[in-house]
Design a protein around this ligand. Sequence first.
Ligand code: GLV
Length: 324
Amino acid sequence: MKPKVFVSRRIPQPGLDIVEKECEVKINPYDRVLTRGELIEGVKGIDGLLCLLTDTIDGEIMSVNTNLRIISNCAVGYNNIDVDEATKRKIMVTNTPGVLTDTTADLAWALLMSIARRIAESDKFTREGKFKGWAPMLFLGSDVHHSTLGIIGLGRIGQAIAKRARGFEMRILYTDVIRAPKEVEDELGAKFVSLDELLSSSDFVTIHAPLFPETHHLIGETELKKMKKTAYLINAARGPLVDEKALVQALQERWIAGAALDVYENEPDLAPGLSQLDNVVIVPHIGSASTATRERMATMAATNLVAGLKGEVPPNLVNKEVLD
Ligand code: GLV
């Protein structure tokens, strides 16, 4: 008897092929996030769940099915899953680290370049037929090269950002809960500083930290006020790391020069006023969205799921305590 699996939304085919070979698969038939009721229905009677960061998997969902053995998230971040609750119920939780590092760093870099050089604003201007020829004061922005970059969280993605920054000959500061080994700091040319020093010294502040209760609103009014008036904030990590309401005020009142965002506090909703601002670049959570990377994520999520269902230790198990 093949194990029963629910896939909460269609993922790239290479991932589905792996799951379909080994399991009896039910897939969300719609091209949208499931409602809570539909998710509850989907979870009934299955052995494994392959879900996405848009699905909230909490104790209530887990309690629907006491046979659930594994929750495979097709994302590196897993703040959408109540891992403690899963561990209590001996349910394995897995994620997809590593495969999306460079793709996400590329996107964060694209955001940084776009806000610094006003790409979105000037694209709109050009499309609207307003370009009447070169002008000495047209869309003056800020230099990226030789400026100071502040990286919050020097994990895999933060380090990939630092590597890119070296090409732009930037001064690189970082902060993290744990200081990186000296070899890593030396290789990246990154200097460890406090969050306060990073905020007050950086021209670009980019967030690459996971979302936990302790990192919720890591950047709020106080932190935004510590940034330089000429500085920019980039967030391609998780929306709730930033108090979005305070950010809108900061951008409206020019406490900082601008922000470039891939993620939002209440996705897919945006804080009131955000989309009316010129000094912001906003894209719809596409950090890992390259064809190749999404295929790798799907394959990894499927491999984790199948391994767990076969009684093996999945390669990317988040809650190793379930094995105790
Ligand atoms: C995307 O946001 C991810 O966590 O993989």
